[in-house]
Design a protein around this ligand. Structure first.
Ligand SMILES: Cc1cc2nc3c(=O)[nH]c(=O)nc-3n(C[C@H](O)[C@H](O)[C@H](O)COP(=O)(O)OP(=O)(O)OC[C@H]3O[C@@H](n4cnc5c(N)ncnc54)[C@H](O)[C@@H]3O)c2cc1C
Length: 353
C-alpha cells in the first residue's frame, strides 16, 4: 500500500529534467510513468554536461553555485551507484585567459577567499602548444562533467525495467485536468509534470512569451595528439569523451528554422578547428541541440495557476545539468508536502503576483 505522501505521477520528457524528476520521485517511493518520444530528440543526450562553478568573461560564480553544485555532485554520485556506470567524471576545465586584462582579473580572483579553491594557474605549456595564438590557460579546479548519453540511456533502461517508461509522444491538449486528478488515455494520475525542454514553446497549458530557445551545434572529433582527461575553453569548448574522441562546440543561434544540424555551422566548427587547434582532426559526427533558455535566464518551475496537479519543469537553459538535480528535488518535495514551489522566473512568466 502507498504511503500518504507517495504519489502516482506522470512525467512528460526524459531529458535531464525528466530524468532527475523521475529519480527523486522513485526515491520517494512514488509510482511514476515517464513518457518520452525518443532519446534522439533530447538536447540533454548531446550536451557536454559540464558543471562549472566559474563562468562568463568576468570569471564569476554561476547563479546559486554553492547550493547547486554540491547538491548535483551528491545526486549524480548516488545515481552512479544505482546505475553502476561511469556517470560523474572529475575533469578540470582549462580556460583560455586571452589578454593581460583577463589575466589580471584571473590572478586577482585567485587571491579572493571566495574563489581561491575554485580557480588556479598551473604549468599550462602543454596546452599552449596545442593552440595557435594562445596566451595563458587558467584552471577551474572544482568542475566536472556528466556522461550525459550514458546517464540518459542507462536511466531509460532502469525505467523500462521498473515498467515506468512509455515511449510515446504525449498530446498535451489531450490531458484532462480537474477534481484532483490528471487523466491521460484512460490512465489516472495524482500529478503531471511537464519537462519537455524546448518543445515546451508549444505547450498549450503553459503559454508564455518567456522562451528564448537557443540552438547549438557540435562535432564529435578524433584529435589524436590532443591531451586527454580535460576540458578546454578556447572560444569554444573541447571536451574529452574517451580514447581520442572529443566533443567540440558550440555556438548560440536564436534565429533558427529547424532542429537539425546545419551545413554553415559545420563549416564554422571546421574553421575553428583548422585555425585554432594544432592537432590534426577527423570529424566523426555533427549534432545539434536546443537549449530551453528563457528571457529571464532562469528556470521556469512551478505549478499551474489554475490546476494544482499540473506542474512545469522547464527553462533549464545553458545549465540543465547543474540546475536539474536541485530543482527537481525541491519540486518533488513540495508536491509531496502539498506545498507550492515556484521560481521567480515562473511567477514572472505566468504573471503570478
Ligand atoms: C550544445 C549544447 C551544449 C550544452 N552544454 C551544457 C553544459 O555543458 N552543461 C549544462 O549544464 N548544460 C548544457 N547545455 C544545456 C542542457 O543540455 C539543457 O539545459 C538540458 O539538456 C535541457 O534538458 P531538458 O530535460 O529540459 O530538455 P531535453 O533534454 O530536450 O529533454 C526533453 C525531452 O522531452 C521529450 N518530449 C518533448 N515533448 C514531448 C512530448 N509531447 N511527449 C513525449 N516526450 C516529449 C523529448 O523527446 C526529450 O527527450 C547544453 C546545451 C547544448 C545545446
Amino acid at each position: 500500500m502507498r504511503s500518504k505522501t507517495s504519489k502516482n505521477c506522470m512525467i512528460i520528457g526524459q531529458g535531464i529534467g525528466g530524468t532527475m524528476l523521475a529519480w527523486h520521485a522513485l526515491q520517494g517511493g512514488w509510482r511514476i510513468d515517464v513518457y518520452d518520444e525518443g532519446a534522439l530528440k533530447s538536447t540533454s543526450h548531446h550536451s557536454s554536461a559540464i558543471i562549472n562553478p566559474v563562468t562568463g568573461p568576468n570569471f564569476v560564480k554561476s547563479w546559486r553555485t554553492s547550493e547547486l553544485v554540491p547538491f548535483a555532485r551528491k545526486c549524480y554520485q548516488e545515481i552512479q551507484t544505482r546505475l553502476q556506470g561511469d556517470i560523474l567524471i572529475e575533469m578540470p576545465l582549462w580556460r583560455h585567459v586571452h589578454d593581460i586584462r583577463a589575466e589580471n582579473l584571473w590572478r586577482s580572483k585567485m587571491m579572493d577567499a571566495e574563489y581561491e579553491d575554485l580557480i588556479s594557474i598551473h604549468d599550462n605549456g602543454f596546452l599552449l602548444d596545442q593552440f595557435r595564438n594562445a596566451n595563458l590557460f587558467g584552471r577551474v579546479d572544482a568542475s566536472f562533467r556528466i556522461n550525459a548519453s550514458e546517464l540518459i540511456s542507462s536511466f531509460r533502461t532502469l525505467l523500462k525495467n521498473e515498467e515506468s517508461l512509455k515511449e510515446e509522444t504525449v498530446r498535451l491538449e489531450n490531458l484532462e485536468l480537474g477534481n484532483g486528478f490528471v487523466h491521460y488515455q484512460g490512465r489516472k494520475y495524482d500529478h503531471c509534470i511537464v519537462a519537455t525542454g524546448y518543445h515546451g514553446v508549444v505547450d498549450p497549458w503553459f503559454v508564455t512569451d518567456a522562451y528564448r530557445p537557443a540552438k547549438g551545434e557540435i562535432l564529435l572529433c578524433r584529435l589524436n595528439s590532443f591531451p586527454r582527461e580535460l576540458m578546454v575553453k578556447f572560444g569554444k569548448f573541447i571536451v574529452h569523451l574517451e580514447d581520442d574522441l572529443f566533443w567540440v562546440g558550440s555556438n548560440f543561434q536564436y534565429d533558427f528554422n529547424n532542429e537539425y544540424p546545419d551545413k554553415d555551422q559545420l563549416s564554422e566548427l571546421n574553421e575553428f578547428l583548422e585555425h585554432s587547434v594544432v592537432s590534426p582532426y577527423e570529424v566523426e559526427g555533427h549534432f545539434s541541440g536546443i537549449r530551453p533558455a528563457t528571457k529571464y535566464r532562469r528556470p521556469l518551475i512551478g505549478t499551474h495557476p489554475g490546476y494544482g496537479n499540473l506542474h512545469l519543469f522547464n527553462g533549464l537553459g545553458t545549465k540543465g545539468f547543474s540546475l536539474a538535480p536541485f530543482f527537481s528535488a525541491r519540486l518533488i518535495d513540495s508536491i509531496k508536502r502539498g506545498q507550492v514551489f515556484e521560481t521567480e522566473a515562473f511567477r514572472k512568466a505566468f504573471q503570478i503576483l
